[in-house]
Design a protein around this ligand. Structure first.
Ligand code: GAL
Length: 658
């Protein structure tokens, strides 16, 4: 990939005639599109009849685009196997939890574990890689498209067999599985692996272990498919490989991206949820630290399908998104899609150019993004995002535990976004890391909503604390075992023992009748909670109302040179937000966190630095209300709605003053 910033669009030349394609290329040049993504749904164009593969259209297209100054991200076409694959073959199709067999006509209809699907996918991908893999215009690969976007775990016969193999490999003997899952409950006891059902319809809920393990199994299988495809491509191509994922598909992104080269995500977050957009930038930066991520898809104005549409972005928001994407560590910013679809199920979706070839409603914003790209490029290429002092753990595996056990509707990503937003609003620069993320160099670690805290994670967090870090664990961290059962030694297992507390009860706090106080602030407490009796720790937050009045919900314990903070409950409502912010401010200050600014809410600052330590802040207003930030030695700088500025610090270290 070249040393530049990319500004791109998803392009479907296979759907248009030659005259339109020629017009598109001219328009792309005028607009400043320097990369396109092609091919992800074009299997039937590449292999119209089974076994007759011809990818010359795409090969020629990549070359032609390149001659026009446009580079290509080429996709494997596996989300849409052609009719010759699907027709008359229900056994190759995805089966959902209700037992419904998917049919041809949309996408992701095939089971990605089906042996014949894998065989045909390997062939088409090999051919594509052989033919196009070394073309100068090809800068990257995208595998498939949004794995598990429309579908969750598959319940077909192939998956059933693989599931049994997976369980056998995991537990060794059926006795072991029975013991670890506790299957004597409701007479679920199994006599052999073959008897274990998939989590299909039952009169009431399935066993927690069965559900969570099936999710993990499925996420491993889809990652294995990605690995297999990536290996094929690498035989013929050196271009880096990615996948366009999100935070809500049925995948484990940490595992999925383990053997891929760079991270990409798609987002259609509405403007009112800018924190969700920012969380994405931080998550994907954290997944492949030191390798820039891509925003592979976003809308120029609004997302839509035949059934619904979102509101258009206000003029200016797209530019703010682009600034944030590049400044927080992105190299590519791409739209879905270039030319509005003239057919299919997404005709109403916004695009750069309408189906009749005219600029669309967001077009002027796209032109401004291109101006911004040009302005930012020299600075972005000289600098990298500054490592934050604060790390937040984000885990798709945790999400799976919450999916199995959602209580009264816990939605992991939404709750994480809410907690993450405390840091954004307080002006803290933060890194969001997967469970396996390296904690070197951080000062404060925040681990909310991680029901199963693995031994590896615990050891890493302990080492972090002992070396001087402050670790805030909770709420809802540590209360479940690896097998999604309850600990029988102590409520939060090894975690609480090490944190110098005894958990007295775990139970749902009713925020209407429960409150707690810490650092002089009182707020309602809610969520599935734990209350503690200090055993060497100090109580710093106490329940003031409700059935456990007088017990601790926030404790701190010194270990080595650092501290572990147990947060047993979630402060709720407006006062809760204030209390949460106070807790974070308090421990950030104690941990010596300095990479922060006093940006007003709705405006964000992304710190970057050159190799020799010169610092820049890219500051952008994202809520359209304008904002301000104080810059040491310069005073207050104000921002118009959606305006951005790059603030350069001559003197090394100025940013690091709190
Ligand atoms: C994405 C998908 C695209 C398009 C887009 C519409 O999820 O990858 O193909 O459907 O949504 O917003």
């Amino acid at each position: 990939m070249a040393e530049k910033l990319y500004h791109g669009a998803c392009f479907y030349p296979e759907l248009w005639d030659e005259k339109t394609i020629a017009e598109d290329i001219e328009l792309m040049k005028k607009t400043g599109i320097n990369v396109v993504r092609i091919g992800e749904f074009a299997w039937s164009k590449m292999e119209p009849e089974e076994g007759e593969i011809d990818v010359s259209f795409f090969k020629n297209m990549i070359t032609r685009l390149y001659e026009n100054g446009i580079e290509t991200v080429l996709c494997t076409p596996t989300p849409t196997p052609p009719i010759w694959f699907s027709h008359g073959h229900p056994e190759r199709m995805h089966i959902d939890q209700e037992g419904r067999v998917m049919s041809h006509g949309s996408r992701q209809h095939a089971c990605t574990n089906n042996a014949y699907f894998r065989e045909k996918s390997a062939l088409i991908t090999a051919e594509l890689a052989k033919e196009a893999g070394r073309l100068p215009g090809l800068i990257a690969w995208q595998l498939d498209n949004e794995f598990k976007c429309h579908i969750a775990e598959c319940m077909c016969g192939t998956c059933k067999t693989l599931w049994h193999d997976w369980l056998r490999a995991r537990y060794g003997t059926i006795e072991q599985l029975n013991e670890e899952w506790g299957t004597h409950i409701w007479s679920e006891y199994y006599q052999s692996f073959e008897q274990i059902p998939q989590p299909v319809a039952t009169p009431f809920l399935h066993h927690s272990s069965l559900q969570t393990m099936y999710r993990i199994f499925s996420s491993e299988k889809i990652a294995e498919f990605a690995d297999e495809q990536a290996e094929i491509i690498r035989q013929y191509s050196d271009a880096p490989i990615t996948h366009n994922s999100t935070l809500f598909f049925s995948v484990d992104n940490e595992r999925l991206f383990q053997h891929l080269d760079f991270a990409s995500f798609d987002t259609y977050t509405p403007q009112e949820k800018m924190e969700s957009y920012l969380l994405n930038c931080d998550v994907w930066r954290g997944l492949k630290k030191n390798t820039p991520y891509w925003v592979m898809e976003t809308s120029t104005s609004y997302a839509a399908s035949l059934e619904s549409y979102a509101n258009p972005h206000a003029n200016g928001y797209l530019q703010a998104e682009a600034v944030a994407a590049y400044a927080l560590g992105g190299q590519g910013f791409c739209y879905w899609l270039w030319r509005q679809q003239r057919s299919g199920s997404e005709q109403p979706h916004s695009a750069v150019i309408s189906a009749w070839g005219e600029p669309s409603v967001g077009y002027r914003n796209v032109l401004q993004v291109e101006e911004i790209r040009k302005e930012l490029e020299p600075i972005m290429l000289r600098t990298k995002p500054v490592q934050a002092d604060i790390a937040i753990t984000y885990s798709d595996r945790a999400r799976m535990y919450h999916l199995t056990e959602p209580h009264n509707g816990i939605h992991y990503k939404d709750l994480m976004t809410e907690l993450y937003n405390v840091f954004v609003t307080e002006g803290f620069h933060r890194d969001v890391l997967p469970e396996g993320g390296d904690l070197t160099g951080y000062k404060l670690l925040f681990t909310p909503l991680l029901p199963y805290t693995s031994d590896d994670y615990l050891e890493k967090a302990k080492a972090f604390v002992e070396a001087g870090g402050i670790w805030i664990a909770g709420p809802m961290t540590g209360g479940r075992t690896k097998e999604h059962t309850i600990h029988t030694d102590r409520a939060l297992g090894k975690l609480e023992q090490w944190a110098g507390v005894k958990t007295l009860f775990t139970f749902p706090m009713d925020e209407k009748t429960t409150a707690g106080e810490a650092f002089g602030k009182e707020a309602p407490l809610g969520l599935w909670s734990a209350v503690f009796e200090p055993e060497g720790a100090e109580a710093v937050g106490t329940v003031t109302k409700g059935v456990t009045s007088g017990k601790a919900f926030l404790t701190e314990y010194k270990a080595g040179k650092g501290k572990v903070i147990m947060l047993g409950s979630l402060p709720r409502g407006e006062e809760g937000k204030e209390l949460m912010a106070q807790i974070i401010r308090h421990y950030a200050s104690e941990a010596g966190v300095t990479v922060k600014t006093d940006v007003s809410p709705g405006t964000i600052a992304a710190p970057r630095e050159t190799e020799d330590g010169q610092t820049f802040w890219v500051v952008v207003n994202m809520d359209g209300k304008g904002g301000r930030v104080t810059v040491p030695s310069e005073g207050t700088i104000t921002f118009e709605p959606y305006e951005y500025k790059v603030i350069e610090f001559k003197k090394e270290g100025v940013l690091h003053e709190s």
